[in-house]
Design a protein. Structure first.
Length: 585
């Protein structure tokens, strides 16, 4: 049997031990409280400074220097502030960037970096950098690349665990950047210099995890609001590109860009030796992004947009053909250009609203400028992507468009392009109700041909092709076409022009204006140095020539018959007059 007295003795012994332990714990707590009140904050601050110093050393690279005017630490409130922070690199590293030893160089300075609610114990014990708020004021960022693609996570890889000392987690409830400026420059020249000003960022639930086992970096962000005042860049050919006020929202999955402009480089009109090239002047009122996947952009560097809406685009293209031709440049078709982009793009729908354009061309013979206006351009295109899984789901770009040509004729059409690398595409377009006199803004200065009458009731074009060849058919319905050589054309040019022949054919004596309603097929080879617009024009021109040829040949035969009859009548009249003179004698 168990002795009850023995059990009571054991309990008394245990109670005494627990009491002693409690006294020791209270004493230790008291000593700890006294030590903390007297020296604890200094110890914690010293260790925090040492840990931050080690982090900077571990993340440092030879050739880089880091400095700041002051580091203020308040362990009681978890407040840390660094003033006038500068990160710079030595100029000798530029050679390493050119040689490929480094993929990028990065420099930065900031008026202040402030952390609020910093958990110092987590930093020291668990090597986790957790703050309630991280705020950076007026930073200036400079990114120098060598032409190679740089992962967005590249700067964080230097913070990966090494020797068990570096941090494994960076976490901020709120991240704020105010009044930032940034510049990106590519030493290889393949990318333009970019300047960004007025950048403001507000990020929430920001988390950067350095996985020690897999040596990877994972960045996740809760809600994000980003905006900047302007972005400017100068392209290698001297043209300037500008984007005005821009805002992006992760929570709303949307974005808005205003005042987009492509400004051509100044042209020296006195230099007649420079090679010809199209001069493009572009302005866009706004671009709206809906369904913008910022998570995928950050994690996978892939651009995914549900709908991209371009409003108020104004395009002016100028080509001076009096200049000598430049070196031939192979130009890819739209689908091939899209597939060649080195990062993933997916735009489910592209919508074009209230656009307009004008094409100006100077003819080398007449030395005058012709003009073709386009107004009220609207369009909607779907499945614009180079992303493999999206191509499997939707293997072709599809879309429709409409516009007003020469301020009068309504044009509507459809466009499809295969995304399988074959370059196959189809274009169908219809032009209706064009007063042919409106063509004079192009025909008079470029051809010295004046259209005096006629109406195009309808033209239907169907074109199927690829990068090498296209074929299709063109149906044409027009009436009473009347042309003449432009008044004032010098005599030495007048008789060498096609217009003089056509003017003669359209005289009343030969039947007056031309009319036709027919359909003809065509086949053309592609000039790979020309863009798709020129490809379409060559197809249209070939179709028009095949449609006009029957009428022209018929009119030519009519002219020959009429001229033969006139000559017979004149011979008969002369014969009659000779006979009358003989009888009078």
């Amino acid at each position: 049997m168990t002795d009850p007295g023995r059990g009571r003795r054991i309990r008394r012994i245990m109670l005494r031990i627990l009491g002693v332990l409690a006294v020791l714990l209270v004493a230790a707590a008291g000593v700890g409280a006294w030590w903390w009140a007297d020296r604890g904050e200094d110890w914690l601050e010293r260790n925090v400074r040492e840990r931050i110093g080690r982090m900077i050393d571990e993340a440092s690279v030879p050739g880089y220097t880091f400095r700041m005017d002051a580091l203020l630490v308040d362990t009681r409130t978890g407040h840390l502030r660094a003033n006038n922070v500068v990160l710079d690199f030595d100029e000798v590293l530029l050679d390493s960037l050119r040689s490929g030893e480094f993929r990028y160089l990065f420099a930065a300075r900031a008026g202040s970096i402030e952390l609020r609610g910093l958990s110092f114990w987590r930093l020291l014990v668990w090597r986790e950098f957790r703050v309630e708020a991280f705020e950076m004021r007026e930073p200036e960022l400079y990114y120098l690349v060598g032409g190679e693609r740089v992962a967005l996570s590249a700067p964080f890889t230097r913070l990966q665990p090494g020797g068990g000392r570096a941090i494994s987690l960076v976490r901020a409830d709120t991240l704020i950047v105010r009044g930032a400026a940034a510049k990106v420059e590519d030493l290889s020249g393949s990318l333009p210099v970019m300047d960004l000003s007025g950048l403001a960022v507000a990020g929430y639930a920001v988390r950067i995890t350095m996985d020690q086992r897999r040596s990877g970096v994972r960045l996740t962000i809760g809600d994000t609001e980003l905006g900047f005042d302007s972005l400017r860049t100068q392209l290698p050919d001297g043209d300037r590109f500008h984007i005005g006020h821009t805002s992006l929202s992760r929570h709303g999955m949307r974005g808005l860009m205003r005042d987009i402009r492509l400004i051509p480089a100044p042209v020296d009109t006195t230099d007649r030796t420079q090679p010809r090239k199209p001069v493009i002047d572009l302005a866009v009122d706004s671009i709206t992004l809906q369904g913008l996947d910022i998570d995928r952009l950050i994690a996978q560097q892939a651009l995914h947009i549900g709908e991209l809406v371009v409003r108020g685009m104004r395009l002016k293209v100028v080509l001076d053909k009096t200049l000598p031709p430049g070196e031939p440049i192979t130009r890819a078709l739209p689908a091939a250009s899209l597939l060649a982009i080195p990062f993933a793009i997916r735009i489910d729908t592209l919508t074009l609203l209230r656009a307009s354009g004008t094409y100006h061309e100077r003819d080398p013979d007449t030395r005058r400028w012709g003009r073709v206006p386009f107004r009220q351009i609207e369009g909607r295109f779907t499945h614009i992507t180079n992303f493999g899984p999206a191509i499997v789901e939707h293997p072709k770009i599809e879309g429709g468009f409409s516009l007003l040509l020469f301020d009068s004729a309504r044009v509507s059409g459809r466009y499809t392009a295969e995304l399988d690398g074959s370059d196959r595409f189809t274009v169908m377009a219809t032009v209706t109700d064009l007063p042919l006199e409106n063509l004079n803004s192009a025909t008079r200065p470029l051809l010295r041909i004046q259209v005096n009458g006629g109406r195009l009731h309808r033209m239907d074009l169907r074109m199927e092709g690829d990068d090498r060849r296209a074929r299709g058919d063109l149906a044409l319905n027009y009436t009473d076409l009347l042309v003449r050589v432009e008044p004032g054309t010098p005599r030495e040019l007048r008789h060498s022009m096609f217009g003089s022949v056509l003017e003669t054919m359209l005289k009343e004596a030969y039947g007056g204006g031309l009319s036709a309603d027919r359909e003809r097929n065509f086949s053309i080879d592609r000039d790979q140095n020309k863009a798709i617009i020129t490809y379409l024009w060559h197809a249209t021109r070939e179709g028009l020539a095949r449609n006009l040829a029957p009428e022209a040949w018929e009119r030519m035969r009519s002219m020959l018959r009429t001229d033969a009859e006139q000559r017979r009548e004149q011979r008969s009249l002369r014969k009659q007059r000779r006979e009358e003179r003989q009888e009078q004698r």
